[in-house]
Design a binder for this molecule. Sequence first.
Ligand SMILES: Nc1ncnc2c1ncn2[C@@H]1O[C@H](COP(=O)(O)OP(=O)(O)OP(=O)(O)O)[C@@H](O)[C@H]1O
Length: 886
Amino acid sequence: MDGDDGLMLNFAASSSTKPQQQHKGKRSAPSQQPAASSSSSKRSKVESGSSAPIKKAPRPSNDGRQTHGPSSSASSSRAKPTTFISSLFSKVPQADTLQTDEDAEEERRARNKAKPTNAPGSDASTFSGLGLDPLLVAHLESKRMSIGSRPTGIQRAALPTLLQDDDSRDALVHAQTGSGKTLTYLLPIIQSLLPLCTETWIDRSVGTLAIILAPTRELARQIYEVAEKLCQLHLSLREQAEEDGDEASAARRTRWLVPGLLSGGSTKNHEKSRLRKGIPLLVATPGRLLDHLQNTSSFDVGKCRWLVLDEADRLLEMGFKETLEGILKAMDGRRRLACNTAMEAMQETMGSDARIAYEDVEDGTGVKWWAKPRKVVLCSATLDENVQTLAGTHLRRPQVLRGSGEMPDTAPATEQADPATSANGIDPGSSLYPRLAAPAQLRQNAVVVPPKLRLVTLIALLRSALSRNSSVVNADARRVIVFVSCTDSVEFLWHALGGVKMGEDDEAGGDDGDENSDNEEEKASKGKPKIAKECELFPSTPIYRLHGSLPQSDRIASLKGFSAGMGKKTKTPSSSSNDGAILLCTSVAARGLDLPSVGCVIQLDPPTEGGVDEYLHRIGRTARVGKEGESWIMFLPHEREARERLEGAMQQDDKAAAKSSSVISEVGADYILKRGFGGRGDEYESRATEVQLAFERWVLRTSTSSPTSAATLARKAFLSHIRAYATHPSNEKDLFHVRFLHLGHLAKSFALREAPEVIKSNARKEAAKGAAAAVAANRDRRVKPDKKERLEARAGKANGTAATDGKADGVDDDDEDADLPRTAIKADIPSRSSRGAKDNILEDVSRGSKNADAEARMYAKVRALGKQSKKGGMLGSYGADEFQIA
Ligand SMILES: Nc1ncnc2c1ncn2[C@@H]1O[C@H](COP(=O)(O)OP(=O)(O)OP(=O)(O)O)[C@@H](O)[C@H]1O
């Protein structure tokens, strides 16, 4: 395949008059002909904007490790003797990692034939045939919902059960990613509440009748938006009312079923006033819900009939579990209280001796709210032993509902646990939840990449995925999601892609690069922080970012921008673009997000926690409801075996279905580079080298120590990446151990030319400066700022670039509070005696991790108390207890 497909590389258009110098590596000279002077240079011209020819790369010395500072004389005095350029291709990936283009395409074609496993069924079943109310059926078919009439596998399997008025059993909905689980639980909830619309007394003050919990703010908002759309259904079918001769009753229906959202990031007072009015259908994140249960007296959940835990396995992970138990306890308490109050009111009229059974208690409206127990539904594509434990202790005779099309030969659509095994039918010893493989039509790939090629391989992959005539994705599905392990890596990549200039002359133009251009862009957008960047390497493609340290408004705006429909105008710089888009994110985007037109998911860093389950959720952002999609995961050479492990884990429980949908094809890095950078023969090598050098120039160009300078971002990202790497669980340490990392080569993938030791000491100096600045800022804050200053400070706070400052590490452990590490970080560090430069860095990483750990415990304590006590903007940590809150 010719790599110059659709997307043109910004290799200097005019370079035919200015031949490029070759870049030599330690052992091999990469290419015969520089890219720009090749015959393809015409095709390689810039699609948007201009690009000057790339300055010649300095020739390395014979040993391939050339001392290399900024080239301009003005900045040469600042050059570090420890910086160097090593050739990207001095150690080309070994032949045995490579797959021929033909092999790869062959495999791809074969996978293309796989029948989708999460699509609406092609049989005769319809929503109305499953027992759905005609009002809802009509609404699903309407333009507003655009769902149609055909249910997916899980909807066929679960709706008949959930729509029944059987409250004696709870349910576990277990189905592949993108198979329509949200509607599977929302439709029965709404249908069960619809009859109340005809009551004369009904209004919002009835309180909260259904609660849906989601682990992240983004997912909670998404569910809320679906619920909001569903609740806009017509409350009467005029024809139906006329037919029934019951126009009057149709007219009497009340629109009281209003959804509401409680999630971190919005003001609690505002939420309180909405709760006072009443939110019948509530979507929430766990921390915020518990907070209101403990502190908002007007929050009426005493009559709640439904509790749904979406992404239940994630909700039960460390950090959430206690919150969840607190929620269940608080809800039970409020239910009892409401029932007792109603009972006392009844006794007042019937006489205090009257004995009233729990089921017979009515409230003032005459409804026996407490006759039926609350129905609990747990839901996920991956149900694990935590879910099993919760099901075993808190759920009543739970039924496992599974999509029939997803496991054709192995499981019936509805499973019932053997009641003999335990009190509620769940046997804690056996796995009831075989792991579901990925949707069969999702083409999974892995690429083994030497550390120093990581950055350019990512660029090549993105170029392929975004190219119009790529085989990777549909022309209308050119949105790409890139997962990395930490917030600092997201920040680095986002700024680097936005700042990199191909064909620039100046190797070290001073300290004014990205920072100033950022500021200018911000000025142009009237002080509003930018949410999207554009990169010369992917013309007309806005690049967004999402991680837990971003201000909530930016998180929402980024997702909106990324999701904006094809051709729809957005307020981003690329509003006119009908092209693809890139979302750089941490695992915060792995769960549940239903983003349109995502054709490709790239995991630059394999998940550090959650293993195969996290992998499945991440790749599940593509190939949704029967659509095609492709995923890529990058492994370092020493991690290579992880591919087979992932495959094995996906297949172990789900042999029949897994054969087709658990294969991860291994592709060599040079195949990707060739496809992404194009050119003849080895030309892709020199093109990749030019791209790498452009990133390195970007870092050199902005070598100030301000928090937004490129060098600072790159160093922070490098160190945070190592920290995140150290959090791989112990059962993965044989493949993912920090000791196996070649730190010098890894630094290259963060566009750093500094030696790891220098990166560390520079980062330390920057951190010290940052701390001093923070102290000074705190001191200034004691003097009450005038209004203008306050506004400026608020604008500054909204700037996402500063969002990661002060975080103990860059690991994004997003939950509803966005920034709390869920697991203790356990870097294995060698003893002092055998310490080298690398060990020093690893020890530093460990120390940072311990701080993060302490911080996590402090936040956990704060959360457990349900309150946050802040002093001067900082959480308090004083008193007798380790983190006693005043
Ligand atoms: N029967 C249907 N026909 C067509 N589209 C549907 C149907 N049911 C749901 N959808 C659409 O499928 C998409 C994915 O649904 P949803 O987000 O509920 O999937 P999910 O199973 O919860 O995925 P995940 O496990 O990733 O959270 C949504 O855009 C939804 O509108």
